[in-house]
Design a protein around this ligand. Structure first.
Ligand code: NAD
Length: 434
């Protein structure tokens, strides 16, 4: 029987991808395109069926590329976890959400570790990709897998390798984004490095899983803190009558020591609003308070409230009140050009506006309907009538295919939370950070 190393090198290894979502599906397709046989696992039958029909439900994966690997029998999906025993390497990409009290919810990782342990085969490599706090691979996954009676580094191999996908990005993908790998032991690191080097241009081994886990959360904390900093600056600029957008553009001309971040209505998606809490929570075990993380979260989570306050002010200046006003929100995805609404600040804004008596509708070319508490909202067509009848049009997400000059020409008042209209000087624009 060939060893895993040879099987990866000659591409006879079968790769199991657990969790076929925003992270897992692109990864599965990347391995299949590198001519590995891939078996994808998901608990949702509908997702497994769609994959097997070559129909993509993730914007970053085209149905063309998915069906091309499915028809060549390089990718198959299943909900049957007992088939974990058929694969040589397993990449785990299950969700790592927060509980309602913002504590890490590792239930998906724990449940999957138990399933893998049940079907573990000698020589298998298991890699956790889900974002989590430092220590998860060693303290949570390892004991679960070793409860099978197999020993890590001898009978099976275990590593952590964070996913760094940038949903919606045309520039960055699994292939051109360096991959970090940290194994429980040197052999696990070596095998994980070999595996990912089949699909990624650069694979950087680090000394242990904790370094890889900390690297991922640090990257997201870095974004959260810098976004909070520029959101705070936006508040100050409003008070001082300075345009934060002009300041950022000017600062960005400095060729060293500066990197632009932009203010907005808050943070969304499955990473930036959640991952810092994983680290903050773990830090408390060490009597350590991560003040930057808490402060950034406080500032960023306050942004939807600030936006609603500014909308109230803008309506008030025009002799109108928010109660009874018709508000059209443009964009409910958490960032431009994606269809993902998880943790989207636009949803919080819609909720807050509705609670104050506004009549809220939305348009999003990427999101046909959205569930908010007990209500289902459907995207309305962006007609002249719908723009001109709104008391305020709120640009919550700056999708590229919005025609901003057209929107401004039809709406009586536009509140721009993203700087999408910067450079335009019409009197009907009110912007965050100005
Ligand atoms: N979305 C991103 O941009 C991004 C980027 C980097 C890292 N991550 C991290 O990657 C992980 C996955 O995120 P995602 O956005 O892909 O989530 P997702 O919700 O899009 O996909 C997760 C999938 O896992 C499936 N699933 C849940 N439990 C399962 C189980 N036991 N077995 C098989 N399938 C199971 C779900 O049905 C779902 O299809 C998270 O830890 C996240 O923090 C996400």
């Amino acid at each position: 029987m060939l060893r895993l190393e040879e099987k990866i090198k000659d591409k006879s290894a079968t790769i199991g991808i657990v969790g076929l979502g925003y992270v897992g599906l692109p990864l599965a397709v990347a391995f299949a395109m590198a001519r590995f046989k891939v078996l994808g696992f998901d608990t949702q039958q509908k997702r497994a069926d769609l994959v097997n029909q070559g129909k993509s439900y993730i914007a970053d994966v085209s149905s063309d590329s998915l069906s091309s690997v499915v028809t060549r029998k390089l990718l198959e999906a299943t909900t049957d976890q007992s088939r974990l025993g058929e694969v040589d390497a397993i990449c785990v990409c299950v969700p790592t959400p927060l509980t309602t009290t913002k504590d890490p919810d590792l239930s998906y990782v724990i449940q999957e570790s138990r399933a893998i342990s049940k079907y573990l085969q000698p020589g298998q490599l298991v890699v956790l990709e889900s974002t989590t706090y430092p220590g998860t691979t060693k303290q949570v996954v390892l004991p679960s897998l070793e409860s099978s009676g197999f020993r890590c580094g001898i009978d099976f191999y275990l590593a952590y390798s964070p996913e760094r996908v940038d949903p919606g990005s045309k520039d960055h993908n699994v292939r051109n984004t360096p991959k970090i790998v940290g194994g429980i032991d040197p052999r696990s690191t070596q095998l994980a490095q070999l595996l990912y080097s089949q699909i990624a241009g650069t694979v950087l081994p680090v000394s242990c899983p904790e370094v890889a886990e900390m690297t991922k959360v640090f990257e997201n904390v870095f974004r959260s803190v810098n976004i909070a900093l520029v959101n705070e600056l936006a508040h100050l600029c409003e008070k001082m009558g300075v345009s934060v957008w002009e300041v950022i553009d000017a600062a960005a001309t400095k060729p060293f020591g500066y990197m632009p971040f932009y203010p907005g209505p808050g943070i969304g998606g499955h990473c930036i609003p959640l991952d810092p809490y994983y680290l903050a929570n773990k830090a408390r075990e060490f009597d350590f308070h991560t003040r930057f993380i808490e402060l950034a979260a406080e500032i960023n989570e306050h942004m939807p409230y600030h936006i609603v306050f500014r909308i109230i002010e803008a309506l008030n200046t025009r002799g109108k009140s928010l109660n009874g006003a018709k508000i059209l929100v443009l964009g409910v995805a958490y960032k431009k050009d994606v269809e993902d609404t998880r943790e989207s600040p636009a949803l919080k804004i819609i909720q807050l506006l509705g609670a104050k008596g506004a009549e809220v509708s939305y348009n999003d070319p990427h999101v046909a309907k959205v569930q908010l508490l007990h209500d289902t909202f459907m995207s309305v067509a962006l007609t002249e009538e719908c723009l001109s009848s709104a008391d305020c049009v709120v640009i919550a997400t700056d999708h590229s295919n919005y025609d901003y000059p057209y929107i401004l020409s039809k709406a009586s008042l536009v509140f721009d939370t993203r700087g999408a209209t910067r450079g335009l000087k019409q009197a009907n624009i009110v912007r965050l950070g100005e």
